[in-house]
Ligand binder design. Structure first.
Ligand SMILES: Cc1cc2nc3c(=O)[nH]c(=O)nc-3n(C[C@H](O)[C@H](O)[C@H](O)COP(=O)(O)OP(=O)(O)OC[C@H]3O[C@@H](n4cnc5c(N)ncnc54)[C@H](O)[C@@H]3O)c2cc1C
Ligand code: FES
Length: 385
């Protein structure tokens, strides 16, 4: 036998030896996958489950088990607040549900000890595997889905878009200032993904036929990036209204503080007070880095003239000492608030009310100075995002 023939035979034997374990592993893998599919079919087939809502037959329904309770309800147009879109990070989708078993480890960071004890669950984490009895508060049952068309989507600043949505079906939304909507991503792009956005319009603006949003974008976020690409005429779906940022109206002086897209609920709240000819004293502090971060300046200038007692106080943290073009407050906004309450405010701090919205460090800073001066914690209302 020639040397080349011997070498060829040897190499064939070697590659056969090499291929055999790979083939065996592939066959084992295939068998295991098949077993999993069969097991999933028999074990995860929970059959039909009855979802009883508030003991009302007309609301209750039967569904196939296996999906999350949040999704099952949403498919039936029952919308529970779910600002993070089911990622267990907002803690908004709580319902008392002892029969669904103990909370999962993913839920625990969002639940108090008391809630864990009384069977409260994040329903985005509850897989429906048996019949369930739910108690859903009436105000949540009134949340609706709205088909909208984009009216405009303009830059308010370098990183904030003002998105105007025209409501088509239904064509009107009733809400209170400070509430928010949830924006649903188109299912073909990111099914089930939704995010909360505060309503910047007032209930009187365009008779509730438009919803204005201020959306911060430019950091690579899924929904904010998508929203930044929307053009007039594009169709979108929102649900709402949700939340209750604005408390019952008193006559107390209001300290409003916002930064970035935190502008939205404050715009709604303040324009609503203006429309009602409110006699409350309102001082609105808005924090940013430089003048590029400021927006709606014409609105605030107009309200300073037309409202009973309104002032807009922008505070900019990155203005250079020698920049004389800026005559407003310098430094972080919480320090401007502190100076105002200590030096110029005529109300007793105990009587003040705080309405704050913006990035968490800003809100934490404002809460710290306000409570240190004596504003009661329970009179400070805030949303951090
Ligand atoms: C009640 C409520 C009201 C809200 N109202 C508004 C509003 O009026 N306007 C508005 O713009 N947002 C608002 N938000 C925040 C909004 O819901 C989204 O969380 C935000 O748009 C980010 O979503 P995303 O899908 O773009 O980013 P994701 O894909 O969810 O996040 C991507 C990454 O970006 C980070 N990230 C998230 N937000 C920011 C941010 N602002 N800056 C830098 N990094 C960030 C996240 O930690 C994550 O790592 C509100 C939130 C709540 C709970
Ligand atoms: S925790 Fe956000 S939707 Fe459930």
């Amino acid at each position: 036998m020639q040397l080349s023939t011997i070498l060829l035979a040897a190499s064939e034997t070697a590659s056969a030896n090499f291929l055999t374990p790979i083939l065996v592993m592939a066959v084992i893998g295939l068998c295991l996958s098949l077993l999993l599919v069969i097991a999933e079919y028999f074990l995860a087939n929970y059959g039909e489950c009855k979802i009883n809502i508030n003991d009302e037959e007309e609301r209750s329904f039967v569904t196939e088990g296996g999906n999350s309770l949040l999704n099952i309800l949403s498919d039936r147009k029952i919308f529970i607040p779910s600002a993070c879109g089911g990622r267990a990070t907002c803690g908004f989708c709580k319902l008392k549900l002892p029969e669904a078993g103990a909370a999962l480890p993913t839920e625990l960071p969002m639940l108090s000890r008391e809630e864990v004890k009384n069977g409260t669950r994040l329903i985005c984490q509850v897989k429906v595997t048996s019949d369930l009895n739910l108690h859903i508060p009436q105000e949540l049952l009134e949340i609706q889905e709205f088909k909208c068309v984009v009216g405009s989507n303009e830059d308010s600043t370098h990183n904030i878009k003002e998105l105007v949505l025209e409501l088509k079906d239904p064509d009107h939304i009733g809400f209170i200032p400070g509430q928010y909507i949830q924006f649903q991503m188109p299912p073909h792009i990111a099914k089930g993904e939704q995010r909360a956005y505060s309503i910047a319009s007032t209930r009187n603006e365009d008779d509730g036929k438009k919803v204005i949003l201020n959306i911060r974008w430019g950091f690579g976020g899924l929904v904010s990036t998508y929203v930044s690409t929307l053009k007039p005429g594009d169709e979108v779906i929102i649900t709402g209204p949700y939340g209750d940022f604005m408390e019952a109206e008193t006559g107390a002086e209001m300290i409003c503080v916002a930064g970035g897209a935190g502008m939205a609920p404050l715009r709604s709240i303040i324009l609503d007070l203006a429309k009602k000819n409110s006699k409350r004293k309102v001082t609105y502090f808005f924090g940013g880095r430089d003048q590029e971060d400021l927006f709606y300046l014409d609105t605030w200038a107009e309200l300073e003239k037309s409202m009973h007692d309104f002032s807009f106080v922008p505070a900019l943290s990155d203005i250079k000492d020698d920049d004389t073009s800026w005559t407003g407050e310098r430094g972080f906004v919480h320090l401007a608030v502190e100076r105002y309450i200590n030096e110029r405010c005529e109300s007793d701090p105990e009587q003040l009310e705080g309405y704050l919205c913006g990035p968490p460090p800003m809100i934490d800073g404002v809460i710290a100075v306000m409570t240190a001066i004596g504003v009661p914690e329970e009179k400070i209302y805030f949303d951090k995002f």
